[in-house]
Design a protein around this ligand. Structure first.
Ligand SMILES: Cc1cc2nc3c(=O)[nH]c(=O)nc-3n(C[C@H](O)[C@H](O)[C@H](O)COP(=O)(O)OP(=O)(O)OC[C@H]3O[C@@H](n4cnc5c(N)ncnc54)[C@H](O)[C@@H]3O)c2cc1C
Length: 258
């Protein structure tokens, strides 16, 4: 059955939240020691802050300002307007053994109760229908979105899942620190490739794996999500062009920049 991808703009919204809880979902192995995935729960600073909040699309995201003047974009993992919370899974990336950046260290260490100003989502990209096959390609920053897409696509989806990840061992469930791990369980109809990240060429393995995939039997039936470091965008678009897929029917994005 063909699928549709529709883009819905939302009016601007800023909501005042506080850090209510954190769970370390997974830590990376030797080659990337110091990298971790931390789930943060942000709760309403006052009742009603989340009124009207929706994020129906697999990759819907918000901008979170945890330090004045510096915001970071994160995928909405789960939320409850009724209970007044939203969950984000933050990749804590490290350099020389200590967490680098703004939101990573905040997710890892900020005191419970710390304030966060959340903007958006600016809009939603909603997939309807059931694509005949999918290509989902992402690096660690895109794992939360890939997991949401998998949840929406259901257990009978077929196609390819390409993950360039430091967390291969903790995808479906890790022994520690959290037995649930990252909760990413690929359906049996997906061919899974776990690719080793190269810190000097992030997303290069994803680009190479995308280029090596066979073309679709019917371009209208292949849904493509490919998100990672900015350098993935050009080769992912080239793959779409080779396969005869309109870029508007795919989700291709640079999630961060080297
Ligand atoms: C639509 C969208 C959705 C996103 N969803 C998520 C999400 O759900 N979870 C998530 O963790 N990220 C997500 N990202 C990426 C997220 O915005 C960046 O990872 C974030 O900006 C990193 O912020 P930071 O403050 O930790 O580091 P920054 O201050 O932005 O960067 C500090 C240093 O770390 C490097 N760096 C930044 N990101 C990474 C990375 N991923 N891997 C390795 N080095 C990096 C930078 O190049 C820089 O040298 C998303 C991005 C977009 C555009």
């Amino acid at each position: 059955m063909p699928y549709d991808l529709t883009r819905h703009p939302f009016p601007p919204a800023a909501r005042r939240l506080t850090l209510a809880a954190r769970t370390v979902l997974a830590t990376a192995g030797d080659a990337a020691a110091g990298h971790a995935f931390v789930r943060v729960r942000l709760a309403e600073a006052q009742p009603g802050e989340l009124a009207g909040f929706i994020a129906p699309g697999g990759g819907d995201h918000v901008r979170v300002e945890v330090v004045e003047g510096a915001d970071r974009t994160e995928t909405v993992v789960a939320h409850s307007v009724e209970e007044g919370w939203i969950d984000l899974d933050i990749l804590v990336h490290s350099s020389a053994g200590s967490a680098s950046g703004v939101i990573g260290p905040w997710a890892a260490e900020a005191p419970i109760g710390s304030p966060a100003l959340m903007h958006g989502p600016k809009g939603s990209v909603v997939l309807t229908g059931a694509p005949g096959e999918v290509v989902l390609a992402g690096d660690d920053s895109a794992l939360p979105a890939v997991r949401r897409y998998l949840g929406m696509l259901g257990p009978s989806v077929t196609g390819h899942l390409l993950l360039e990840t430091h967390f291969g061992a903790a995808l479906a469930g890790g022994a520690q620190p959290d037995p649930a791990g990252l909760g990413l369980v690929p359906p049996p109809g997906l061919r899974v490739s776990i690719l080793r990240p190269d810190s000097s060429a992030p997303s290069a393995a994803l680009a190479e794996a995308l280029a090596a995939l066979p073309p679709p039997a019917d371009p209208l039936e292949r849904f493509v999500f490919a998100c990672g470091e900015q350098s993935l965008v050009a080769p992912a678009r080239a793959a779409l062009a080779n396969w005869g897929i309109d870029v508007e029917r795919a989700v291709i994005k640079g999630y961060w920049r080297r």
